[in-house]
Design a protein around this ligand. Structure first.
Ligand SMILES: [Zn+2]
Length: 367
């Protein structure tokens, strides 16, 4: 993977590329990011550029032998460690599943990976044997690259076995690069944290997600903006929403609010309730999340007067307009009801009852 293939994170990518060009490659680094925010793709792009024989100013070349092998994750100086399940003990026993996952879902989270290797209810783990194997293979000379690179994805899963790595982190063999990747630094041994250079990767912004949906998934701009705003900066969530998103959420919300607040066409409103309640659990939850996001941004706009940070113009205008109706106390009640609606649908509540209940609260709070 190259930096140009990683979604967003423009300035961070430039910073990482510059550090390689200037020869400032710290031997033990921790890439820290929430799920779906690109830590693994960034680490792969970084590793690719480190071993590229012909790097350009801000990226690997993508065409040299090293880059070609790195793109398929088969470079002999690139090693992976990741959580696995019993009875297999070491990462190498899952290497083909791992390579396939990197090709198809490089932004995956731990749960997604463990589902991929059919962990079912088993806990993921990085064993002490695997950790000892890291020390052994990094002790060997590199085969073809400038650096021998070990990526540890899921540093949280090292547990106390991580102590085995302390000496390696402190005094690594020459030309060795250890990239640890984690989502939650609180779950990592402090002794490991203190021996790594931490690269904090921010969550994706709604703009980055929306832009990537348009570029990579051919999503139309208004839908991309809606999904960008409710995906919590997580590219995996964004992709899931994109697959489910048949509806124009903004139009749906406008129709729903009009139906709740204006008493003109009851038949049309009842049809909308029917349509929504038959749309399925996930689309309905998505509708509630979108509604919540709009209310939240309207409230913020009302009290700060700051331009709502959403990618779409139509949404921005709607948020500003809705802010006129917002009353802080009532809006809290409505948001609370929306969260409850989400909860009931998640637990198989009757969609029609949930929607009619919400209708009453909308009339009460926004009417
Ligand atoms: Zn190259």
């Amino acid at each position: 993977m190259q930096f140009s293939q990683v979604i967003g994170h423009k300035s961070l990518k430039e910073h990482l590329a510059q550090s390689i060009i200037q020869g400032r490659v710290a031997h033990a680094q921790l890439f820290l990011a929430k799920e779906g925010c690109g830590a693994l793709p960034l680490a792969l792009a970084y590793a690719t550029m480190v071993n590229c024989t012909n790097p350009i100013e801000a990226d690997s070349c993508g065409t040299c032998n090293s880059c070609k092998k790195m793109a398929q994750f088969i470079h002999s100086d690139l090693h992976f460690t990741f959580p696995t399940i019993s009875p297999a003990k070491q990462s190498k026993e899952f290497i083909s599943e791992w390579r396939n996952a990197l090709l198809s879902i490089p932004y995956m989270g731990y749960k997604q990976w463990l589902q991929n290797i059919k962990a079912e209810n088993k806990q993921g783990n990085i064993t002490a044997d695997e950790t000892r194997d890291i020390i052994r293979r990094l002790g060997l000379k590199q085969v073809e690259g400038k650096f021998k690179i070990q990526i540890i994805w899921g540093t949280e899963y090292l547990g106390l076995g991580g102590n085995i790595l302390l000496k390696l982190l402190e005094e690594p063999p020459e030309n060795t690069l250890l990239i640890l990747i984690a989502e939650d630094s609180d779950k990592i041994l402090p002794t490991i944290l203190s021996r790594t250079q931490v690269i904090k990767i921010p969550n994706y912004t709604a703009f980055e997600i929306s832009h990537a949906l348009i570029e990579l998934e051919n999503c139309d701009a208004s839908k991309a903006s809606q999904i960008g705003s409710i995906s919590s900066g997580n590219w995996n969530i964004a992709l899931n929403l994109f697959e489910q998103a048949d509806n124009d959420l903004l139009q749906l919300l406008k129709d729903f609010l009009n139906g709740c607040l204006k008493n003109k066409d009851r038949k049309e409103f009842l049809e909308l309730i029917d349509k929504l309640s038959q749309s399925g659990r996930d689309p309905l939850k998505m509708f509630f999340e979108y509604f919540l996001m709009i209310l939240e941004k309207s409230t913020v706009y009302k009290y700060t007067n700051e331009e709502p940070p959403v990618p779409g113009d139509a949404e921005r205008i709607f948020i500003v307009k809705l802010a006129e109706k917002v009353d802080s106390q009532k809006i809290n009640i409505l948001m609370d009801e929306l969260n409850k609606s989400h909860y009931y649908i998640e637990r198989n509540g009757n969609p029609k009852l949930v929607l009619f209940n919400l209708y009453l609260w909308v009339r009460n709070c926004l009417g």
